[in-house]
Design a binder for this molecule. Structure first.
Ligand code: HEC
Ligand code: HEC
Ligand code: HEC
Ligand code: HEC
Length: 471
């Protein structure tokens, strides 16, 4: 059985006043119908403990002799490590679980994290799951047989694991039985759901217990320019090309690659934003100002950049000048004066005090908000805890600050007014703008002893221009 009841609700909302009365009756019937469905096919938090691990095949079973290439691609993607990856383990066991035990308001996340990071453990009611080192089936993370037995979602917006899981002999995929080679192992059926962005959205949109959107990759896609042009998540993260989809199966020209490459692939991050910088004049006299204009164009993402775990990520631009003698001068960004701008310019303030709840240190003073050069522009959206302090704990997020991320195909303009110092050497001065990315703000990574790769600097792009410093 397949259903996807999202559409009718939004259509109903758009109904004219006169038709609303008739719609009301329909709505009552509809609500009844969807409640009945939700009961038959538990979704979201209702689904916890409704299945067992044995209902699902292991990825090794699917992949070691049949779907060999997809299996290897998946193993190299974060999808196969969503439960076992070091930072996930640290955040879940050191912060989320103890926090959930101390604060009734967020108690639900002890189970809830697993609804997206290890759905089989969640469905099996194995909460909290054994630590990754114990090698349990929770380690399968987001597995083949999980995705290929999802049949729809309940509600009008996909979020917080509101997928419907129907494990069994039928594996749902992109082709009909007639289009595909028959499988010696399982039944096959074409799914109209698995190829939608909404399928991915069931885990890539998240609301906190305070009802705040703390992940909105799917919502950003549908609000941006790509969705109506037919792009879905799969277009960019599961690109299509010629590949044999199973060792005894067909070679398709348009096979869906199981890449799921994102923040953990420096090549995917590289070039996301293009930079071009120019001065307002070519020759400058020391002591006089020159204004540099930096144009930034997001050419690559279908959603915002950064997206997803926005509370962890940091994207910033550093601009510096090098004179003819090799001396370096830092150019802080010109302020624009919008509300909340202080969160978009690097400083040495402290933040993340709410980690003290889980660490049982109510007086925890926090760590530095970021450790990038003071005055650099940051492209981010700050998350605030109930006390209004910046947080990396998305489940403890009660409000959001200014959204100064790069939208899909958006162009932003920054200026840097620079008074050339008297000590600058005469001759050519090179001014370089560099955009960098870190998956996790470094002071938090260092404090929680998260392995360095999570806070390494990844180059997004750079561009240089020159001015002539007159003697
Ligand atoms: C037009 C191409 C395109 C589309 C469509 C697209 N993405 Fe991306 N995505 C990218 C690129 C490029 C990156 C790397 C830059 C970045 O991290 O945002 C990325 C990064 C990501 C990341 C890591 C984000 C971060 O900053 O941690 C996630 C998660 C992701 N995509 C999921 C999705 C999902 C889910 C959808 C559909 C709702 C989707 N993407 C649609 C191009 C795309
Ligand atoms: C996050 C969900 C997800 C996971 C995990 C996943 N798949 Fe898929 N798979 C998809 C989607 C989505 C498609 C089809 C894309 C479309 O129709 O746009 C697909 C397509 C396929 C196809 C059909 C390919 C074709 O071109 O006909 C096979 C076979 C397949 N997957 C096997 C696997 C195996 C084996 C694994 C584990 C190693 C796996 N999948 C893991 C989402 C997933
Ligand atoms: C069952 C929940 C679930 C579904 C469904 C799901 N994802 Fe994810 N996805 C995750 C989780 C959890 C992570 C984070 C893994 C980590 O870093 O721990 C993730 C990470 C990603 C990333 C980032 C990888 C990186 O390198 O940082 C991309 C890209 C992505 N998913 C794409 C997709 C696409 C495309 C689909 C739909 C075809 C999809 N996801 C469906 C749960 C899901
Ligand atoms: C609604 C689904 C969902 C829920 C619930 C959820 N996550 Fe995630 N989580 C994701 C997705 C999707 C990503 C990948 C986003 C990206 O790559 O930017 C992610 C990323 C992460 C990351 C960053 C991984 C990395 O390597 O950078 C951590 C850590 C994490 N989640 C921990 C948790 C914890 C702890 C909880 C519970 C408090 C939780 N998540 C609840 C879907 C979810």
């Amino acid at each position: 059985m397949q259903f996807w009841i999202g559409k009718s609700l939004s259509e109903l909302k758009a109904a004219s006043l006169t038709s609303r009365l008739i719609a009301l009756a329909t709505l009552a019937a509809f609500v009844f119908f969807s409640l009945a469905l939700a009961e038959e096919f538990p979704t979201g938090s209702e689904a916890e403990g409704t299945r067992s691990y044995d209902d699902f095949d292991t990825p090794a079973y699917c992949g070691s002799s049949c779907h060999t290439d997809f299996y290897q691609q998946w193993k190299q993607a974060m999808m196969s490590q969503a439960y076992t990856h070091h930072w996930d383990e640290i955040e879940y066991f050191e912060l989320a679980v103890p926090h959930a035990k101390r604060d009734e308001k967020v108690a639900e996340v002890e189970a809830g994290c697993n609804g997206c990071h290890t759905p089989l453990a969640f469905l099996a009611g194995d909460v909290p799951p054994p630590r990754p080192e114990e090698g349990s089936r929770a380690n399968e993370s987001v597995s083949c047989d999980f995705c290929h037995t999802v049949t729809g979602f309940v509600g009008d917006t996909p979020y917080n694991f509101n997928w419907v899981s129907e494990p069994g002999d039928v594996k749902y995929g992109p082709r009909t039985k007639e289009e595909a080679t028959e499988s010696p192992n399982h039944e096959m059926a074409k799914s109209d759901f698995i190829n939608t962005a909404e399928f991915c959205g069931t885990c890539h949109n998240e609301k906190s217990p305070y009802d705040i959107w703390v992940k909105s990759t799917h919502l950003e896609l549908i609000e941006g320019p790509y969705y109506e042009e037919g792009y879905v998540c799969q277009t960019c993260h599961m690109t299509q090309g010629k590949l044999r989809s199973a060792s005894m199966g067909n070679t398709y020209d348009d096979s869906w690659m199981h890449l799921f490459h994102g923040a953990h692939d420096p090549g995917k991050i590289a070039g996301t934003v293009e930079l071009r910088i120019n001065p307002d004049l070519n020759e400058v006299v020391p002591g006089e100002p020159v204004k540099f204009t930096l144009i930034l164009f997001n050419q690559k993402t279908g959603h915002k950049f950064p997206s997803g775990s926005v509370e962890d990520r940091i994207v910033w631009v550093h601009v510096e000048a090098r004179d003819a003698d090799g001396s370096i001068y830092h150019l802080p960004v010109d302020k624009k004066g919008f509300e909340g701008e202080e969160y978009t310019i690097a400083s040495d303030v402290l933040a993340y005090q709410d980690m003290g709840i889980a660490l049982d240190d109510p007086d925890f003073e926090g760590v530095r908000r970021e450790d990038v050069p003071i005055g650099d522009r940051i492209f981010r959206m700050p998350y605030f805890d109930p006390q209004g302090r910046m947080t990396i704990q998305q489940w403890n997020t009660a409000s959001l600050g200014v959204d100064y991320r790069m939208g899909p195909r958006e162009t932003k303009v920054e200026t840097y007014t620079f008074e050339v110092p008297f000590e600058a050497a005469p001759g050519e001065m090179t001014v370089t703008a560099t955009m960098n990315y870190r998956k996790l703000v470094k002071p938090v990574a260092d404090f929680l002893e998260v392995p360095e790769e999570e806070s390494e600097i990844i180059l997004v792009n750079e561009h240089s221009t020159t001015v002539e410093v007159l003697p």
